[in-house]
Design a protein around this ligand. Structure first.
Ligand code: NAI
Ligand code: NA
Length: 396
C-alpha cells in the first residue's frame, strides 16, 4: 500500500515504516560518525521508541555497543492501519541492532503498570543479569496509578493567572493570540502524578529490590526549563511542577543508590519538535524562532545530537559529571545562550502570520514534525508500494 500522511489537528494518523527506518538509520549514522563513547554496556530505556528515549537507545547501542532493553507504549500495525511511528522505529532499531550483533529486546505496554515492570525484571534476569544505565524518558498525558487504580490526566496550564500570548498553527502558519485559563481543582496534583518522579522511583526501587542494578549504575531522566517567553505555560505552569518533582526525585533516588555507589541525574534538554511538545500551546512559535536563530549560529541540535553530547561530554567523560547549582546536567546551554534568547524575544515581539515564514523556521518545524511520522526523508520512495513490517519477534 502507498502510505501518505493523514493529519488530524496536531497529530498524524499514519506513519511510514520505511521513513521511520530511515530516521533510525540516520541517527545510527550520526552516532557512528562521532566515534565510540565509553558508556554503559547494559542499558534499560523507559520511553525508548521516539524522541529523546529513542536517541538514547541508539546512542548506547551504536556508541557503546550496549545491550539494550526498550520499554514503550506503541500501536502495532493492524489490517488497513499503520503502526504508530514508535513501533516502526523500534522494529527498525532492532533490525539494525541484530545486524550489528547487538542484543536488543523491547517490551510494548504501559510502563506505569506493575505488570510491565515485572515483565522487564524477568527479562533482565533472564538475559542481562544486571543493568548499568536506566534512561527514563516517558512523556504521557495519562497515568493509571498502579496502587490506587485512579486514572490521572496531566494538563498544560498556567498557575494562578490567565496567560495570553501568541502561538502559531504550524500547519497553516497562522500566528494568533491564545488565552489559557489557569489550572483549577486537582490539575497540579494530577500533572505531578503523571509527569513527576513517582514512577521513576518506582522503577528504580523495583530494579534495586531485585538486585538488578549493577554496582556504580546510573539513572537519568529528562527535564525542560526553557525561556521567559514560555515559562508561564511551561516551567511555572502545571508541567513545571511535575518537572520540579522529577528533579527533586533525582536526589532521593541518588540517596537510595548510595549502597551500590549508584547515581541519579536529571538532564535538562533543549526544546525540540516531538509528539509531546507539538501539543503544548505557544511552544511551536517559540521553537520555530529558536530553530532559525540556532541554525544560523550553527548550534542547532536534534534529539540525537543532544543525546550524543549528553553521553560524550557530560555522562561518560571519565571524570565527574558537570552539573548546575541545582545538581542538574545541562544540555540546554546553547538554547539558553543569552544572545539566542535575546534574539528570540526580539523576533517574538514582531512575529506575524505574514513574516513568520521569513523570520522563523516554520519549514524546519514542519519538516521535523513530518519526520516524526516517517515522512519527508531523503532516500525513501514514498510512491512505492510499502510492504509493512508486521511481525517482529523481539517486541513483546
Ligand atoms: P516522546 O513523545 O517522543 O516519547 C515518549 C516516549 O514515552 C515514547 O517512547 C512512548 O512510547 C513512551 N510512553 C508514553 N506513555 C507510555 C506508557 N504509559 N508506557 C510506556 N511507554 C510510554 O517524548 P519526548 O519529547 O522524547 O519526551 C521524553 C522526555 O523528555 C519527557 O520527560 C519530556 O518532558 C522531556 N523533554 C522533552 C523536550 C522536548 O522539547 N520535546 C525538551 C526537554 C525535555
Ligand atoms: Na522519548
Amino acid at each position: 500500500m502507498i502510505i501518505e500522511p493523514r493529519m488530524r489537528g496536531f497529530i498524524c494518523l499514519t506513519a511510514h515504516p520505511k521513513g521511520c527506518e530511515q530516521s533510525v538509520k540516520n541517527q545510527i549514522e550520526y552516532i557512528q560518525s562521532k566515534g565510540k563513547i565509553d558508556g554503559a554496556k547494559r542499558v534499560l530505556v523507559i520511553g525508548a521508541s521516539t524522541g529523546f528515549g529513542l536517541a538514547s537507545r541508539i546512542a548506547s547501542a551504536f556508541g557503546s555497543d550496549a545491550a539494550t532493553i526498550g520499554v514503550f507504549f506503541e500501536k502495532p500495525p493492524t489490517e488497513g492501519k499503520t503502526a504508530s511511528p514508535g513501533w516502526y522505529n523500534s522494529a527498525a532499531f532492532e533490525k539494525e541492532a541484530a545486524n550489528a550483533g547487538l542484543y536488543a529486546k523491547s517490551i510494548n505496554g504501559d510502563a506505569f503498570s506493575n505488570e510491565i515492570k515485572q515483565q522487564t525484571i524477568d527479562l533482565i534476569k533472564a538475559d542481562l543479569g544486571q543493568i548499568d544505565l536506566v534512561i527514563y524518558s516517558l512523556a504521557s498525558p495519562v497515568r493509571l496509578h498502579p496502587t490506587t487504580g485512579v486514572l490521572h490526566r496531566s494538563v498544560l496550564k498556567p498557575i494562578g493567572q490567565t496567560f495570553t500570548n501568541n502561538t502559531v498553527d504550524f500547519h497553516s502558519g497562522k500566528v494568533s493570540e491564545i488565552t489559557i485559563e489557569p489550572c483549577s481543582g486537582y490539575d497540579i496534583e494530577n500533572t505531578v502524578v503523571v509527569m513527576g518522579g513517582e514512577d521513576w522511583s518506582m522503577w528504580i526501587d523495583a530494579l534495586k529490590q531485585n538486585n538488578l542494578l549493577a554496582e556504580g549504575s546510573t539513572t537519568v531522566a529528562y527535564s525542560y526549563i526553557g525561556s521567559s517567553l514560555t515559562e508561564a505555560v511551561y516551567r511555572n505552569g502545571t508541567i513545571g511542577r511535575a518537572k520540579d518533582h522529577l528533579e527533586a526525585t533525582a536526589f532521593s533516588i541518588k540517596d537510595s543508590l548510595k549502597s551500590i555507589n549508584g547515581n541519579a541525574f536529571v538532564s535538562v534538554n533543549k526544546a525540540l519538535v516531538t509528539q509531546a511538545s507539538s501539543a503544548i500551546p505557544v511552544i511551536p512559535l517559540y521553537i520555530s524562532l529558536l530553530y532559525k536563530i540556532m541554525k544560523a549560529k550553527g548550534t542547532h541540535e536534534g534529539c540525537i545530537e543532544q543525546i550524543q553530547r549528553l553521553y560524550q561530554q557530560r555522562l561518560f567523560t571519565g571524570s565527574t559529571v558537570p552539573v548546575d547549582e541545582k545538581g542538574r546536567i545541562r544540555i540546554d546551554d546553547w538554547e539558553l545562550d543569552a544572545e539566542v534568547q535575546n534574539e528570540v524575544s526580539r523576533l517574538w515581539a514582531i512575529a506575524t502570520t505574514d513574516n513568520l515564514l521569513e523570520i522563523g523556521d516554520l519549514e524546519g518545524y514542519r519538516k521535523d514534525f513530518y519526520n516524526l511520522f516517517g515522512f519527508g526523508f531523503e532516500g525513501v520512495d514514498y510512491l512505492a508500494d510499502t510492504n509493512e513490517m508486521v511481525n517482529v519477534d523481539s517486541i513483546k
